[in-house]
Ligand binder design. Structure first.
Ligand SMILES: [Zn+2]
Ligand SMILES: [Zn+2]
Length: 229
């Protein structure tokens, strides 16, 4: 009996011990469960946070991709503008080169035209000088002519006119009958060829003074001849 009791006591003690250990284990398990629960909560929170972070990252990635797309579009548009600008620049360079060529040609034409104009001006100046010299010579000649005319008029007025009148007088004297000095000579005496007026010869013939008044040579009716001047 005692043995059984001690066995039972031992068994009881052992059971109590096991119960105690079980209780301890349970407490540990409970504690561990709490920890695990906490850890699970933390994990859940972490997962939620991670999910949120993932969503945010996805949003960021989406925004980033959108930005990249926009930037690509802008870059493409800019490349197009750049190509267009390059083409325009090329065309402008070509036009510039053409303009430079045309300007060079125009410059050459202007140079040639200027040279011709300068030649023309030089020729014109030379001709003008020659013309001026000719005009001066003409003016000199006209002045000489005027002076000569003035001299001539003066001579005619003063000296030469008098000489001419004198000459006229001398010729008139030669033409006048040397006997009467009134009428012009019109008849000659054929023997001596002296000339008198008809009236004087008739008077001499009528008055029988039939001798030449100049040389005294006698004459007859047949010697009286008319002269024609
Ligand atoms: Zn006479
Ligand atoms: Zn005579």
């Amino acid at each position: 009996m005692a043995t059984q009791t001690s066995k039972l006591s031992a068994q009881l003690a052992e059971r109590d011990e096991r119960l105690h250990r079980l209780a301890l284990d349970k407490a540990k398990l409970h504690q561990r469960n709490g920890v695990l629960t906490k850890q699970a909560g933390v994990a859940t929170q972490l997962a939620a946070a991670s999910k949120l972070a993932g969503e945010r990252a996805a949003e960021h990635a989406r925004v980033h991709m959108e930005r990249e797309r926009v930037l690509d579009e802008q870059a493409r548009a800019l490349r197009l503008q750049l190509d267009e600008t390059a083409m325009l620049l090329d065309a402008a360079r070509k036009r510039c080169a053409e303009g430079a060529a045309v300007r060079g040609e125009m410059d050459e034409r202007v140079r040639v035209a200027t040279a011709r104009a300068e030649d023309a001006v030089a020729q014109l100046t030379a001709r003008s000088a020659a013309l001026e010299a000719t005009a001066q010579a003409l003016r000199d000649a006209q002045a000489d002519l005027s002076a000569a005319r003035a001299q001539l008029e003066q001579r005619e007025r003063l000296g030469d006119g008098g000489a001419a009148a004198k000459q006229v007088e001398e010729l008139r004297f030669l033409l006048l009958c040397s006997s009467c000095r009134k009428r012009f000579k019109s008849h000659c005496l054929a023997r001596c060829m002296h000339v008198f007026c008809k009236d004087c010869i008739d008077d001499m013939y009528t008055s029988r003074q039939r001798k030449c008044p100049s040389c005294g040579l006698g004459f007859g009716q047949q010697d009286i001849r008319q002269v024609y001047l």
